[in-house]
Design a protein around this ligand. Sequence first.
Ligand SMILES: NC(=O)c1ccc[n+]([C@@H]2O[C@H](COP(=O)([O-])OP(=O)(O)OC[C@H]3O[C@@H](n4cnc5c(N)ncnc54)[C@H](O)[C@@H]3O)[C@@H](O)[C@H]2O)c1
Length: 273
Amino acid sequence: MKRRIGIIGCGVIGSQLVKSIQSETYRQEFDKKAKLVALCDLDEQKPRRLCKEFSLSVSICGVTEVIRKSDLIIEAASAEIAGEVAERCLKKGKDVLIMSGGGLLGREDILELAEQKKSHLYIPSGALAGFDAAKAAGLGRIFSAVLITRKPPKGLEGAPYVLENKIDLTDIKKERIIFSGNVMEAEKAFPQNINVAAGLSLALDYREITVKIITSPQFKTNSHQLILKGEFGELAIKTDNFPSPDNPKTSYLAVLSAIATLRDILGYVRVGT
Ligand SMILES: NC(=O)c1ccc[n+]([C@@H]2O[C@H](COP(=O)([O-])OP(=O)(O)OC[C@H]3O[C@@H](n4cnc5c(N)ncnc54)[C@H](O)[C@@H]3O)[C@@H](O)[C@H]2O)c1
């Protein structure tokens, strides 16, 4: 039976997923295993444009309908709705892939719900490398975890922390640490920038991650550097990601990670942890 797939959020990640599904290289393989059945966005024009561009005949509907029509729901909308979407999907026994991992912080109940309902909750590694090692390392004691995110000022625009503290990003002329705190504080301060920290916290089962956010107009990439110390030893890893042209907050690697996770879910061969 083909898996029926619905996407909530047709911004950078959602629309790139649709493009990948429709691409010459992947389409045949995808069509054998799955069918895109529903798209949803607060801005209806976005799914409409995708339907037109790719001649899709799928439902354009609200969240409830997407969940009803699909076997696998992909959330690529916002941390604000991620927890609710995951909960509603899992309660109905549907599998769900969450891109806005920040919305799952402090929601251990949702992880338990997936176990109870025997439905899958997928959280892609997104823009950070090292999840394979972090998952293994988390099985032993973790002594410290530091995540240093470096983004150009544009990638931090509109963040609650920037607005509340009236930080003028255009006034920043050289490298500046604009935030340092734990993962829960970081999620509130930078909900659109901190999904990797949230995913990492879940992978490690560790809440004491220190998050530092550094910006500079000289930065051209979104970089994430993880420094982990624990019983296993030490790990230091860094990705330097090109921002997506349509949304500088989102690294292109996060888009590719969503696509790779979908391919893993539908495929029979899985390479890596
Ligand atoms: N895990 C990671 O590494 C990672 C990396 C980048 C982005 N993200 C997260 O993934 C999500 C999508 O990222 P993006 O770059 O595609 O963002 P985007 O802003 O380009 O697109 C989000 C889309 O979702 C829609 N939307 C927002 N709230 C909605 C709602 N309640 N119902 C329906 N539609 C809604 C918006 O209208 C927009 O079109 C964001 O929450 C982002 O923070 C995660």
